[in-house]
Structure formats: structure tokens, C-alpha cells
Design a protein around this ligand. Sequence first.
Ligand code: K1U
Ligand code: ZN
Length: 185
Amino acid sequence: MSLLDIYVLGAPILREETRPVTDVGPELQTLIDDMFETMYAAKGIGLAAPQVGRTERVAVIDVEGAKHVIINPEIVLREGSQKGEEGCLSIPDIYADVERAMRVVVRAQDREGQPTEIDASELLARCLQHEIDHLHGKLFIDYLGLLKRRAALKKWDKLRDGNKSLTRSVAALEVAKHHHRDEEL
Ligand code: K1U
Ligand code: ZN
């Protein structure tokens, strides 16, 4: 398995529509496995293909130990609302409250290409909506009002401190972590 680089805000691929998956085979399954590994290394609860520079309509999720692969997902029911804090592995260290449906039912295909239905609420419902948005080129900051969005983008620019790279390396984070741990021993 491999750790993949994560594309960050400003990368055009994060704004593109994905293309439906027509063939669930070993190539896609390797991508899915690599996405899980990358998501865990980056300490996320979800990851969508555009975030790793891919155009396939696929995302992975692990909320509280429940793993989900969603291929060609569609939200077929939305119910209620919830307001809560959201982050994004493509906009690290920026968080904001976003209003989402409290419950969603999602139809998709699983890692084997079999039809699956996920009936989710609370954090899993939030994460599913966030990941499905990624598959349609939408980011959580798009839901913010003008002032909050401006503040988030200003903070992002400040954190970037002139860094123009469109990707970040999770592998480098892992190396730095191990290096730090070795120094402490
Ligand atoms: O798609 C992504 O960018 C991953 C993102 C998913 C997400 C987080 C919070 C709410 C909805 C969707 C993350 O995992 S960012 C990491 C993070 O903020 C987080 C991690 C664990 C629990 C809660 C948030
Ligand atoms: Zn995200």
C-alpha cells in the first residue's frame, strides 16, 4: 500500500466534477486501499478521490470504527438539520460550523461493486455529505457566509506563509513524527 499526496485548496482538481466509476476491479481497489492508508495517516475520518488527485467518483470513510467505501454515491433521503464543526484534509487547520442534514440515506456501490445503502445520522451523516460534496467539486467553506469565508481564507493564506504547493505530503508528516519520537527516546 502507498501513502498518497493530498491536494490542497487552490488545486483545480478539488473543483472538478468526478466521473462515474464503470469498472470496479483491482486497480480501483488499490486506490481505495491507498486512500484508507492516507486518510488514517492524516488523522481524517474521510477522504474523497479528488483530494488525492483522482477523478473517479469514490470516497472512503471511517467514523468511530465503521468503515465505508462509497462508489458512485447518491443521497436519496435528507432529513432534519445539524450544525457542527467541520474540517477538511485539503484545508488543514481551518475549522468552521456548517449546517448539514441530520440524517441521510446514501445509495452507492461498495469495494466489491455491490449495491449498498447507508442510513446515517450525526457525524457519519455529516461526513457522508462532506465527502459526496468533494465528488462534485464542493468544499465546506462554500457554505460559509461572506465574512466567515473571508476570515477562513485569510487564515489559510497566513498558515501557508507563501507556500504555493498544491499538494501536501502525508508521508513527510509520518517521517517527521517518527523523527520527533526518536529524538524523545
Ligand atoms: O474529506 C476530508 O477532508 C476529511 C475530513 C472529513 C470531515 C471532518 C469533519 C466533519 C466532516 C467531515 C476530515 O476528516 S478532517 C479531520 C477532522 O476534522 C476530524 C477528525 C476526526 C473527527 C472529527 C473531525
Ligand atoms: Zn474535505
